[in-house]
Design a protein around this ligand. Structure first.
Ligand code: FES
Ligand SMILES: [Fe+2]
Length: 333
């Protein structure tokens, strides 16, 4: 049901504290914790009597089961059985490869070892940027979130109050879709448009602006680079364009076939005239993503209510359809 040989977001670094974190990822119950400061993930089932390890405690060198006290290290090996010197070789639980990079904890869910390092997201550690984010739980399948993020024509309808603005400018925006074997990229330019409410709160724009939206689908996450500059002040096609830049990170990890986790952050370049812009952007983004969740969960509930029925395709489905083809191929392989 899911592409397995992939790095998925399991958590943000700040979620791993001195307590175990239980999370079902791709139908697999996992316990996340820190062993000697390093992020680790084990199957959330003790090999003794199958109690959830997430009910235990984080201890050196790993996690102790809260039922009879077996202690496991980060590789899933049992290193202590209270009251017993001999530890059977079979006393172990599955360990998942984990990499923590730029405040993101990635997990490899495949049955084979990782074939590449986990992705980087340098803006989380770039002093020119500040970021904040959150984890949302969705009562909807992950691919409905993919569809939503790849089709920004919904901005003018779902997000009128925040990042949207006039629906017509979105529907008529210049758009280019490119693709590779495991990515899809949508670039949209909206010249000489009215800045939407969130942009005005976050950045001291003078008047009308030239806006860009660059959305990259990378199977388990999206990079969404949006922003705007005073109209005519730079070249929209130049990545070094001036103005207000928002670098969105969106990790979409299935929990089950019908539920998902949505890990998001927005990194924005700093403007001394708006010292609290990170908070402003976070609040507006949280509100925006709530709007998405509301419509997507309603859509999913309705799909369940009506059952299988053909859908009518329209032009804005081009990029979402490409992403679906990639997921289909990776799920089969
Ligand atoms: S169930 Fe874990 S130690 Fe007994
Ligand atoms: Fe949206």
């Amino acid at each position: 049901m899911f592409p397995l040989d992939q790095w998925y977001v399991a958590a943000f670094a700040w979620e791993l504290t001195d307590k175990p974190l239980a999370r079902t990822l791709l139908n697999q119950p996992v316990v996340l914790f820190r062993a000697g400061g390093q992020a680790a993930a084990l199957a959330d089932r003790c090999c003794h009597r199958h109690a959830p390890l997430s009910c235990g405690t984080v201890e050196t060198p790993g996690i102790r089961c809260g039922y009879h006290g077996l202690l496991f290290n980060a590789t899933g090996e049992c290193v202590e059985i209270p009251g017993q010197a001999n530890i059977p070789k079979t006393a172990c639980v599955r360990a998942y490869p984990v990499e923590e990079r730029n405040h993101i904890v990635w997990i490899w869910m495949g049955n084979s070892l990782p074939t590449r390092p986990a992705p980087e997201h340098p803006w989380h550690d770039d002093p020119a940027y500040a970021f904040k984010g959150d984890v949302y739980h969705y009562k909807a399948p992950y691919q409905l979130i993919h569809d939503n993020l790849l089709d920004l024509s919904h901005l003018g309808y779902v997000h009128v109050k925040t990042i949207g603005g006039n629906a017509k400018i979105h529907v008529n925006a210049e758009m280019a879709v490119t693709k590779g074997p495991d990515w899809v990229k949508v670039v949209r330019h909206m010249k000489d448009s009215q800045p939407p409410p969130t942009y005005l709160e976050a950045w001291p724009f003078e008047g009308r602006i030239d806006r860009w939206q660059e959305i990259e689908f990378k199977v388990t996450y999206f990079l969404i680079w949006t922003g705007g500059m005073d109209a005519g002040s730079g070249d929209l096609a130049d990545p070094a364009r001036p103005g207000f830049h928002m670098r969105g990170f969106h990790g979409i990890t299935p929990e089950t076939e019908t539920t998902s986790f949505y890990f998001w952050t927005i990194s924005s370049n700093r403007n001394p005239a708006r010292p609290d812009m990170v908070e402003t952007i976070h609040k507006a983004s949280a509100f925006t993503f709530d709007e998405d969740r509301t419509i997507i969960e309603a859509q999913h509930a309705n799909m369940e209510r009506f059952g299988e029925a053909p859908m009518v395709g329209i032009l804005v489905d081009a990029a979402p359809n490409r992403a679906r083809k990639i997921v289909e191929r990776l799920t089969e392989s």
